[in-house]
Structures are given as structure tokens and as C-alpha cells.
Design a protein around this ligand. Structure first.
Ligand SMILES: [Zn+2]
Length: 348
């Protein structure tokens, strides 16, 4: 038996004993989870915002050590330190080969089938094409390193994908709408991609301070504000080449489409909730390019890990709390209230 997160419905999260996972397919491995993160999207079922809530374990961001290996797995051995993207994928279908592993028909999101990653052990399907080896030994992985690595598995990859979808390139003026972990990630990623100027718009002063400390320009907006008006007040005639929408709500889309320049582009990576008013004429009249989708984290993850190893990428600013596994409820509450941006759980 092992200890696993467990949620039976909205506002319920805890730990219970469940059966250990076993190898099912020859290309599976079992990973002993060392650290797992709590994602903003773990809060949707917690807040009762999903139509159905299957009881089960939660979470989809983890790193750990391989403890069992299926017969056809060639890339991993027992004892290897690994990180997983937030989805598993077969690596061989047309979508995977195109670098769109998040669209893999045989792939899936951890936790969706009630088997989540906030757990002591997890079965990894398609291990060779899902997991990414960590260039550290198990013993070298401590809290500080886990805080630099875990955001790469989901939020940072998502923000980075937003910047890629928006077509951010050298010298671009970039606006990021939304100051959650994804928005902050997008702002950092825009800098990596050579943006000349990055402005992060959001409503949380604490997060805007975190961004400012990274050299990102910030603009505080309030729920009653019209985003484009606030930007014009604060920055005058700023010509915005690229916008990354990192919220997924109508007001954020409106801001993004209002502030982008003629012929500019908008990447959206906030999962749309109740967004139903993007008239084609809004894009047509400004010749705006709009692109969105779930980030293929696996596509980017090896490079992110290498950049982290080389000391060129540090996204630990996205994590503001490390808790023991037993305190999982405190972690969800801290993120639910906005007290924490992102929490990591020390599983073992
Ligand atoms: Zn695939």
C-alpha cells in the first residue's frame, strides 16, 4: 500500500492508503515520486467548477526516481531521476512527431482517470516518450532544485507555449494578460525569446512585485477596468506586437484583441471559460493572428531541463511554498485563497 492524495468532491482533499501501482504494459515504468506540485487547474474540481468530480487522486506535475521498468523500455533504468510533463504521450503518432504531444490520441492527462501525481508511486505509460531524464542523481535533488524543475512540467511550458503561439521574437513589444503562474511564465519566456519589452497586466500586487523583481514591467488592473484604457493611460501609445492571453476569460480576450497592433498576434493558453464573443471581424479588421491550445510540454521539456542544468533558466520564482505531503490540504487552501501562487509537496 502507499499514500496518495484523495478527493471525493469539491473542497475535499486529503491523503488515503491505496494499492500500489503495477506495470500494465511493457512500455510502462513505475516512478517513486519525490516531489509533486499543485496546479491552478487542480483547483477547478476543488472549487466545484467541473461538471463531474470522480473520486480519486489528484495532480499532474511530478518528479521522482524510476523504481520498476517494463520489458520494452529502453531509455530508463531503475534509479534514474526523471521528470514528467503534465500529459503522457506515445511519441509515434503524427501529432507527437509534429511536436504536438498534447494532442496525442493515445495520450492523456495524469489525474483525469482518478490516478493523479500527488502520490507516492505512479505508473507512467509510454515511458520512453513521456519521461525526461534529469541530469542529477537522486541524492542531489533537494527542495531548491525541485522548485526550479517542477514548474517546467506544466505552467512554465504553458506560458512559453503562449509566447511561441504569439510569435514572440527579437525586439518585440509584448503584453501578457494575467498574472497567475502561467502569465508570469509567459512574461519570463517572452524575455527568453528576445522580446524588447514585456508588460505584465494583472490584479495581484504580490505577483506583480515578483515579476518586477525579474525586470518585467507591470501594470496593475482592477476588475472594473477596461484593460486597453489602463494600458494607454500608463504607457501612452505603446505599439504592442504580441499579446499572450493567460487567463481564459472574456475580459482577458477583449483586452488582448484591443491592445494588439494591426497585423500583430495573440497567443492564448488560458483554458477558455465562458468565452463566446470573438467575432471574426475583430480579427479581420485588424489583420490579427490568433492561436491557442494546450502546451505540448514534452516538446519543450528536455530543453528547459538542459537550460536549468546550465544555469540559464531559473523559474523557482513561480513556487512560493514547499510543504510536506501531509499538509496537502493547507497547500490547496493557500492556492484557493490566492495566498500562494504555487505550492510544491515534498512526497518522500
Ligand atoms: Zn502521440
Amino acid at each position: 500500500m502507499m499514500r496518495s492524495s484523495w478527493s471525493a468532491g469539491p473542497a475535499d482533499i486529503g491523503i488515503r492508503e491505496v494499492d500500489d501501482p503495477v506495470l500494465v504494459n511493457p512500455d510502462d515504468v513505475i516512478v517513486d515520486v519525490r516531489y509533486a506540485a499543485i496546479c491552478g487547474s487542480d483547483l477547478w474540481p476543488y472549487r466545484g467548477l467541473l461538471p463531474r468530480h470522480e473520486p480519486g487522486s489528484t495532480g499532474h506535475e511530478f518528479l521522482g526516481v524510476v523504481s520498476e521498468v517494463g520489458e520494452t523500455v529502453s531509455g530508463f533504468q531503475v534509479g534514474d531521476a526523471v521528470i514528467a510533463p503534465f500529459m503522457y504521450s506515445d511519441g509515434i503518432c503524427p501529432e507527437c512527431r509534429r511536436g504536438l504531444q498534447s494532442q496525442c490520441a493515445r495520450g492523456g492527462l495524469w489525474g483525469r482517470d482518478g490516478v493523479g501525481a500527488q502520490t507516492e508511486r505512479i505508473r507512467v505509460p509510454f515511458a520512453d516518450t513521456t519521461l525526461v531524464a534529469l541530469p542529477w542523481a537522486d541524492a542531489e535533488i533537494d527542495d531548491a532544485l525541485a522548485m526550479r524543475l517542477l514548474p517546467l512540467a506544466d505552467v512554465f511550458a504553458t506560458g512559453y507555449h503562449g509566447a511561441v503561439l504569439a510569435g514572440v521574437g527579437p525586439g518585440d513589444v509584448v503584453v501578457v494578460v494575467g498574472d497567475g503562474a502561467v502569465g508570469l511564465s509567459a512574461a519570463i519566456a517572452a524575455g527568453m525569446l528576445g522580446a524588447g519589452r514585456v508588460v505584465l497586466m494583472g490584479g495581484n500586487p504580490q505577483r506583480l512585485r515578483v515579476a518586477a523583481a525579474r525586470g518585467i514591467e507591470t501594470l496593475r488592473v482592477f476588475p472594473t477596468d477596461v484593460g486597453a484604457e489602463r494600458l494607454a493611460e500608463a504607457f501612452g501609445d505603446l505599439i504592442v506586437d504580441r499579446v499572450i492571453e493567460a487567463v481564459g476569460m472574456q475580459a482577458a480576450f477583449d483586452t488582448a484583441l484591443d491592445v494588439v497592433r494591426v497585423g500583430g498576434s495573440v497567443g492564448f493558453v488560458g483554458v477558455p471559460h465562458g468565452v463566446d464573443a470573438i467575432a471574426p471581424m475583430r480579427l479581420f479588421s485588424k489583420a490579427v493572428h490568433l492561436a491557442g491550445g494546450t502546451a505540448p510540454a514534452r516538446h519543450y521539456l528536455e530543453r528547459f531541463v538542459a537550460e536549468t542544468r546550465a544555469g540559464r533558466l531559473d523559474v523557482s520564482v513561480l513556487i512560493d511554498r514547499m510543504l510536506p505531503f501531509d499538509a496537502i490540504k493547507d497547500g490547496y487552501e493557500a492556492m484557493d485563497t490566492g495566498e500562494s501562487l504555487k505550492v510544491v509537496l515534498r512526497i518522500r
